[in-house]
Design a protein around this ligand. Sequence first.
Ligand SMILES: Cc1cc2nc3c(=O)[nH]c(=O)nc-3n(C[C@H](O)[C@H](O)[C@H](O)COP(=O)(O)OP(=O)(O)OC[C@H]3O[C@@H](n4cnc5c(N)ncnc54)[C@H](O)[C@@H]3O)c2cc1C
Length: 310
Amino acid sequence: MMEQKKKNLDQINKIRKNTNTTRRATVKKIENILYKSFKVLDKGFIRVIDYMGDDSSIVQAARVSYGKGTKKINQDKNLINYLISHRHSTPFEMNEIKFHVKLPIFVARQWIRHRTANVNEYSARYSILDSEFYIPNKKNMQAQSKSNNQGREQQLNDIESKQYLGIIKKNSKHAFSDYRELLNEDDGGKTLDKNKNGVARELARMVLPLNAYTEWYWKIDLHNLMHFLSLRFDYHAQYEIRVYAEVMLDILKKWVPLTYEAFISHRLENISLSKHGIEFIKNLIHGKKNNKIKISKREEDELKKKFGII
Ligand SMILES: Cc1cc2nc3c(=O)[nH]c(=O)nc-3n(C[C@H](O)[C@H](O)[C@H](O)COP(=O)(O)OP(=O)(O)OC[C@H]3O[C@@H](n4cnc5c(N)ncnc54)[C@H](O)[C@@H]3O)c2cc1C
């Protein structure tokens, strides 16, 4: 496995030495990181394989211009802000980015729900999966949340988290050993029992657990990437997918800095208020009582949190 990792790294270093000339828009900060792997979780990564367009491509598309778009960065900035704040999506669909991601299967199941991307996954019918499993950090071993059925909260004590981590490790090891037995091959590809055939890869993989790692190429346009990030960078999203979104958000900042700024301001850090939510805030501002407002406890808590009201 170490050998494979070294081979992968050699290939990345080799490809990073190539440069091509082009008339197309390039972004220096993305060129600097192109093909590089950014570590995510214990054994996962994300890297940019290709991209199309920059901030000015969005302006060009919005204006359907012949040249480079507008003249000044401030004009580009204002236009991009306007487009994002008014939910004009199509100019952002003109830019695209392609990632190579290595991620646990249970994260991939959440990720694949985003239907607006193009995906090509590593084939466990064709190839044998490496013995790589996601094992959470001790600090991420948390108990079920009492207020949110879809989340976790309180950190476990050392004894409990050690015990559960032991179960996860044992289960992963056991599953991988069964996988090898079904394939009738050891880690190095040697036959385990010459009198047996083993089962096909497409069947043997059934015994692998959800924390086994898979890999895919994932290509998406900028509009849908921002949609993905607004859902998966959010604190409601599971930690294990949020950490990928965190790295992608940083890549977004390098790729299209003006769009990134507008996205943070109008999408990630904005507040969406329901009719009752507006009433609730109005009453607060005017010092009126809020006992007649039909606002859900969840919305009330979110509003209080966002406005810093305890
Ligand atoms: C915190 C969180 C918890 C979740 N919990 C669950 C859960 O318990 N169970 C579960 O099943 N899912 C769950 N999901 C997945 C969620 O319901 C969405 O499937 C996922 O976030 C993808 O969102 P999307 O459809 O907007 O994205 P994309 O598939 O990327 O689509 C982007 C947009 O394109 C449009 N679109 C794309 N395809 C179609 C189509 N075929 N028809 C109409 N419009 C389309 C829609 O407007 C959509 O918003 C959860 C997601 C999050 C972030």
